[in-house]
Design a protein around this ligand. Structure first.
Ligand SMILES: [Zn+2]
Length: 204
């Protein structure tokens, strides 16, 4: 069986660990890197090597950021009365593109017994503390992904937050079922946010 030189095989192996990258795509990428003079490999390698070094987690919203608090949490011009609950940092990016200008809270995943992820591994406790400390937050929009695990996570959070004096809403169902927020186009996401519906009434 024909094999590539070791250094090429190694990089192909590493690239196939990435989501959506099979052996064919990985091979193509490696040969592109070898061939194309516009790609400065040392700079490429440096970006990857330093990827995590300059990043921090925002202690307020748990998004990844350059600084703590992150630029979104530090921005006083944003709406402080509404908080959008998402699974991953990429969802923040998607919602920013949709025009949303409130606060965020990044859960750090979704409840998934199959993957051994329970509520304790998510940032739900911090969310509760945050809501108690910031009474100006009057609405929490639950924007977990519209798939089985995302819905289960949303239901769990509704139960946990039900007794807090905050209105709970869920983004509208215009999003494709089974889809991921990060892949939704801006308009669909904007409409989903506009069409959000109440999950509970504000406690009297
Ligand atoms: Zn933040």
């Amino acid at each position: 069986m024909h094999t590539f030189p070791k250094s090429i095989e190694r990089l192909i192996g590493q690239l196939t660990q990435l989501p959506g990258v099979g052996p064919k795509t990985a091979s193509r990428l490696v040969f592109y890197l070898l061939r194309d003079d516009r790609v400065v490999l040392s700079e490429f390698a440096e970006s990857i090597a330093n990827l995590k070094a300059d990043l921090v987690t925002c202690e307020t919203c748990h998004n990844i950021a350059d600084e703590n608090p992150c630029r979104i949490c530090a921005d006083v011009a944003r709406d402080a009365t509404i908080l959008c609950l998402v699974e991953e940092p990429l969802d923040v990016l998607a919602l920013e593109r949709s025009g949303y200008r409130g606060q965020y809270h990044v859960l750090g995943g979704r409840i998934s017994p199959m993957d051994g992820i329970g509520p304790g591994q998510l940032t739900i406790d911090d969310l509760i503390l945050r809501l108690k400390a910031h009474s100006e937050i009057g609405e929490v929009v639950i924007a977990t992904n519209p798939n089985v695990e995302g819905e289960a996570t949303a239901s769990y959070i509704v139960r946990i937050l039900r007794d807090l004096p905050v209105k709970l809403t869920r983004i509208a169902r215009g999003l494709p079922m089974g889809g991921d927020l990060e892949y939704a186009d801006e308009l669909t996401l904007h409409r989903a946010m506009e069409g959000r519906s109440a999950l509970s009434q504000e406690a009297a």
